[in-house]
Ligand binder design. Structure first.
Ligand SMILES: Nc1nc2c(ncn2[C@@H]2O[C@H](COP(=O)(O)OP(=O)(O)OP(=O)(O)O)[C@@H](O)[C@H]2O)c(=O)[nH]1
Ligand SMILES: [Mg+2]
Length: 405
């Protein structure tokens, strides 16, 4: 399953984002370092389902279809907060960073309202510097990676003499899934491919890590707390400064309010949509009224959406370039063997073939693979066909041999 980890300075709203996306109840507070152990939960990414295009009523099994939108589960990890100089042991230090090794991509949440001070405490909105916060926190991750490399310099040099530098570095960084091809690209980009690793100093190791990090873990910057007025100017600053990266605005608190109110049956709200509608029968307390009025005025009327769903979708569909692919057993009815219409959808990286889809569904399907059919056109697909977003695919397999009597 696609795994996304949330990183960021303490108190920026990581757990609020996590709870809003997973509807879990991990502890949130205005104190720094509230989260002391990583949290894990299921969140969803969504896009238009093929059911309407095909004119069928689907009954999803591994995902959900809500008003023509297909929601697919992903794994979300919420990490304890970082702070500048965490590598020296400030705050909770960097001991939870190894968790990012499990992630395919990172969401880097920053407090766009500038309400978190140097020590990670909440302070007057507008006094913090979100651009500096992003740089500081990414520097902590890079320092942590650089430290692993420097501590293992002799080992890497020994290994490299019998294989290659990229193989040896990749082995030491296997915990964060750095493939030799990533390491090779980063060595060239950082202009370090000819420099003996025994001689690397801290600046060189950090330069290499900073080049490698986005290659192995694409990072979305999420500008949170957009409901606070000071966030608008800072968002512009973030977008201008990080002009070659993606920055997504959001209000995690607004999303949490809406999803909890929806769960309590007070309103209709589909994550990612522009509107929420109060249920006629809903009896709101004055406090609930105030909270929903705040969300309407400060978030929906201004930004159209809370931004949580868009952030998750951007990570999976834009940064990781995943495609939604629907495997079916009966290509004329778009169903599985039990008659479920469009039962499953899988997220596969761009460039995947029908055989990759077969492997994702079941090893047996891959082992007995003969060919694939595009269920929308009925056409047989070439072996090297690159699956496209929203393809519906029938995998044709060899019939199973009957056991001899
Ligand atoms: N105004 C506003 N406040 C928010 C938003 N998201 C989170 N907060 C507040 O920010 C504070 C910190 O939220 P948390 O979710 O605990 O932050 P965290 O990043 O997980 O913090 P640590 O676990 O301590 O690192 C809480 O007081 C939240 O209510 C938002 O979108 N808008
Ligand atoms: Mg937290």
């Amino acid at each position: 399953m696609v795994t996304v980890a949330i990183i960021g300075k303490t108190n920026v709203g990581k757990t609020t984002f996590f709870n809003a996306a997973t509807l879990l109840n991990a502890e949130i507070s205005s104190y720094p370092f509230t989260t002391r152990e990583p949290n894990e939960g299921a969140a969803y990414v969504c896009d238009v389902c093929v059911c309407r295009e095909l004119g069928v009523k689907d009954n999803p099994q591994n995902s959900a279809c809500i008003e023509g939108w297909r929601y697919i589960p992903i794994r979300l990890l919420d990490l304890p907060g970082l702070i500048k100089d965490a590598w020296r042991g400030r705050g909770l230090g960097t001991r939870f960073l190894s968790v990012i090794g499990q992630a395919d991509a990172l969401i880097h949440i920053v407090d766009a309202s500038g309400s978190v001070d140097e020590e990670g405490r909440l302070t007057k909105p507008g006094s913090g510097n979100p651009v500096q916060d992003v740089l500081d926190i990414e520097m902590e991750v890079e320092r942590w990676m650089a430290d692993i490399i420097l501590r293992n310099r002799q080992l890497i040099a020994r290994e490299a003499s019998s294989s290659s530098l990229e193989e040896a570095v990749s082995k030491v960084l296997s915990g964060i899934k750095a493939a030799p091809s990533h390491v090779e690209r980063a060595l060239i980009k950082a202009d370090l491919e000819d420099r003996p690793i025994e001689l690397w100093d801290i600046d060189e190791a950090v330069r290499f890590s900073a080049t490698l990090l986005p290659l192995i873990k694409p990072i979305l910057i999420v500008a949170n707390k957009m409901d606070l007025p000071t966030a608008e100017e800072n968002l512009e600053m973030l977008v201008n400064f990080f002009n070659d990266r993606l920055v997504a605005p959001c209000s995690a608190e607004a999303e949490l309010i809406l999803r909890r109110a929806e769960k309590m049956g007070l309103l209709h709200y589909t994550p990612g949509q522009e509107k929420f509608l109060l249920r006629e029968e809903a009896r709101l307390t004055p406090e609930q009224w105030r909270a929903l009025d705040y969300v309407e005025k400060r978030v929906m009327a201004r930004w159209l959406r809370t931004g949580i769903q868009q952030a998750l979708n951007t990570v999976v569909f834009k940064l990781l370039r995943m495609n939604m692919v629907y495997p079916v057993a009966d290509e004329s009815r778009y169903s599985d063997n039990h008659g479920n219409i469009l039962p499953d959808v899988h997220l596969l990286p761009d460039g995947s073939t029908p055989l990759d889809l077969a492997r994702t569904v079941h090893t047996r399907l891959a082992e007995s693979y003969i060919m694939a059919i595009d269920a929308k056109t009925g056409m047989r697909l070439p072996k090297e066909y690159k699956l496209r977003h929203r393809d519906v695919i029938k995998i044709v397999t060899q019939p199973r041999a009957r056991p001899k009597r």
